[in-house]
Write a protein that binds this ligand. Structure first.
Ligand code: ATP
Ligand code: MG
Length: 269
C-alpha cells in the first residue's frame, strides 16, 4: 500500500494519501521534525518527517535528524510490542525518510505536571492497580527492548500517551534510544531530570542496561509516589518499595535483574 520511494515532498504525498488532520511542527516540538495525523478512507496514521532542511534552529541539523529517524525505524522493526504504534512504512523522499506509524489516541502525560486537571495528574490519580498495570506493560516493553540491545535515551513522561477511556498506554518517540551501551559525551544529556540516572549527568560515564533500569524505577516513583523515596508517599507495597529503592541507590546490575525483582515484588492479585 505504501511506496518505497516518492519523488515529491512529504506534505504533497500526504495530501494525496488522505486528509491531514493534525500537524506537529516547530510551534510545539523542539526536534525540528514535522509530523502529521493523516486520515485515509480506512485508517488514521501518524507520519513523522525531519522537516525543513533549512531549519537550523534545532539541536540536530538535517542529517542528524535523518539519522535519528532511521534509528527510530530500526528500533520499530526490531521490537514489536502492543505499547508501540505499528510502523507501516519507511518511505524515501527528497525531504528525507517518512515514517508511517499507526495513530494512537491518548493524552500526553508530560505537560502541566502541577495542574490538577492535567493528564499527568489524572493519571497519578488512577487506582494503584491501574497504575501498576500500566507500569507492568511499560516494563515488559523495556524487557523486549533490553533483550534487543536498546538502551534508554530521553525517556520521560512526555514519551507516554494514555487513553483514559480504553485504559491504554502508548509509548512514542523512542528516537533517541541507543543500540548498545555507550559513553556519555554530553555532560548533562537530554531528558527530564526527575527520570534521569546519575550517569546521564556525568561526562564519560557508561550508559547501558543499568541506566534503563534506573530510569524505569524513577518512572514508578513519579507515578506511584511524589518522585522521592519518601516511604510514606509511596502507594505500593513494602516489597515494591524495596525494589525501587535498590534500583535508585545501590542499583541493579542489569535491566533484567531489576525487572525480575519487580515482577517478584508484585502483590498477589
Ligand atoms: N503514534 C502516534 N499517534 C498519535 N499521536 C502521536 C503519535 N506519536 C506522536 N504523537 C503526537 O505527536 C507529537 C510529536 O511526536 P514526537 O514526540 O514523536 O515528535 P518529535 O519531533 O520527536 O518531538 P520532540 O521535540 O518532543 O522530541 C507528540 O507529542 C504526540 O502528541
Ligand atoms: Mg523527539
Amino acid at each position: 500500500m505504501f511506496p518505497g520511494e516518492i519523488d515529491v515532498q512529504p506534505p504533497t504525498y500526504l495530501d494525496h494519501l488522505g486528509t491531514i488532520f493534525a500537524r506537529f511542527g516547530s510551534d510545539t516540538q523542539d526536534s525540528g521534525n514535522v509530523s502529521y495525523g493523516v486520515q485515509t478512507a480506512t485508517h488514521r496514521y501518524f507520519v513523522k518527517t525531519v522537516g525543513d532542511s533549512a531549519d537550523t534552529a534545532p539541536y540536530l541539523d538535517f542529517d542528524g535528524r535523518v539519522a535519528l529517524l532511521r534509528n527510530a525505524a530500526q528500533l520499530a522493526r526490531s521490537v514489536v510490542h502492543p505499547l508501540l504504534p505499528t510502523l507501516h512504512a519507511e518511505i524515501e523522499s527528497p525531504g528525507g525518510p517518512v515514517l508511517v506509524y499507526d495513530w494512537r489516541d491518548g493524552e500526553h502525560l508530560g505537560t502541566n505536571r502541577d495542574d490538577p486537571s492535567s493528564p499527568h495528574q489524572r493519571f497519578r490519580a488512577l487506582t494503584t492497580p491501574e497504575i501498576c498495570a500500566a507500569l507492568d506493560a511499560l516494563y515488559d516493553l523495556h524487557a523486549r527492548l533490553d533483550e534487543a540491545g536498546w538502551v534508554e535515551g530521553d525517556f520521560y513522561d512526555g514519551t507516554l500517551l494514555y487513553d483514559f477511556t480504553e485504559s491504554r498506554l502508548t509509548v512514542i518517540d523512542l528516537d533517541s534510544y541507543h543500540h548498545g551501551p555507550f559513553r556519555n559525551d554530553m555532560g548533562r544529556m537530554f531528558g527530564a531530570s526527575r527520570f534521569m540516572a546519575p550517569e546521564e549527568f556525568s561526562l564519560g560515564a557508561p550508559i547501558d542496561t543499568r541506566t534503563t533500569a534506573y530510569v524505569m524505577a524513577r518512572t514508578a516513583l513519579v507515578f506511584l509516589s511524589d518522585t522521592t523515596l519518601d516511604r510514606s508517599a509511596f502507594r505500593g507495597t513494602d516489597a515494591q518499595y524495596a525494589v525501587l529503592q535498590e534500583a535508585t541507590t545501590t542499583r541493579y546490575p542489569s535491566y533484567s535483574a531489576f525487572h525480575r525483582a519487580w515482577l517478584r515484588s508484585r502483590p498477589e492479585l
